[in-house]
Design a binder for this molecule. Structure first.
Ligand SMILES: [Zn+2]
Length: 237
């Protein structure tokens, strides 16, 4: 269920029965000549919608707000770089506002993996958790749950990310923009990880399904814990 498409009575029911919200968070960032600029955010968004179908709750509109992108790193074009302060504050306010509306478990699903960006998202999440004991926020890179069963994801415009976009939005990938053979120099193409020319929609589907398979039980478990806290505190005068 998409937050922005909910009527009030529908959202009230979700908050009562499954007060879980996912914030897909990414960037507008260069991802090689073969992928759409919104790759990070789009894949996290579609993965969030898949997870929401499985466990319930609601998905917020994806947030395109990346820190430590390819732009300051090596000057890659068509990339929008935001400050650490903006990312931190925008996330903390999202978490506080969702809590204020009755959500008790928030998942920030990160599609952009810059180390300092991830650190900032985790700091804001931790700050929220330090301030609230009847709600919880967690921040995961979208490849993290697959890693729990030793499936490696998390490249940059390589085989994994390209495959995920091919699975969800084949219209946004064009492998013919890459050289047909020979080496793909990372500093020229802005690609890291396994060769994106090996990307397939099938591989993307496998990663997407594994994400939901691994993430869903964890979310259900955390949600049961925080809902119990909420329900117990509601019973107190
Ligand atoms: Zn990426």
């Amino acid at each position: 269920m998409k937050y922005e498409e909910c009527l009030p009575h529908r959202l009230d029911k979700i908050i009562e029965e499954c007060p879980f919200a996912i914030i897909p968070w990414g960037a507008h960032e260069w991802h090689g000549p073969h992928n759409a600029l919104g790759l990070d955010t789009l894949k996290a968004y579609y993965m969030a919608l898949d997870l929401c179908d499985e466990v319930g709750g609601v998905v917020l509109p994806p947030v395109y707000c990346g820190y430590q992108t390819m732009k300051p790193w090596r000057g890659f074009r068509l990339t929008l770089e935001f400050t650490r302060e903006t990312v931190y504050s925008l996330l903390l306010q999202h978490l506080e506002q969702l809590y204020d509306e009755g959500f008790v478990l928030m998942l920030v699903l990160m599609g952009h993996y810059g180390n300092k960006h991830v650190e900032t998202i985790q700091e804001a999440t931790q700050r929220f958790n330090d301030c609230h004991n009847k709600a919880r926020a967690v921040a995961w890179q979208d490849y993290l749950p697959a890693g729990w069963v030793n499936v490696r994801g998390g490249d940059h415009a390589g085989k994994n990310e390209t495959s995920l976009l091919m699975h969800y939005r084949p219209d946004l990938v064009d492998l013919s923009q890459l050289p047909a053979d020979g080496e793909i120099a990372p500093e020229i193409y802005g690609i890291s990880g396994d060769d994106p020319r090996e990307a397939t929609a099938e591989h993307g589907k496998m990663l997407a399904e594994l994400f939901v398979e691994q993430a869903a039980p964890k979310i259900r478990e955390m949600l049961a814990e925080v809902m119990e806290l909420r329900d117990n505190s509601q019973g107190q005068l």
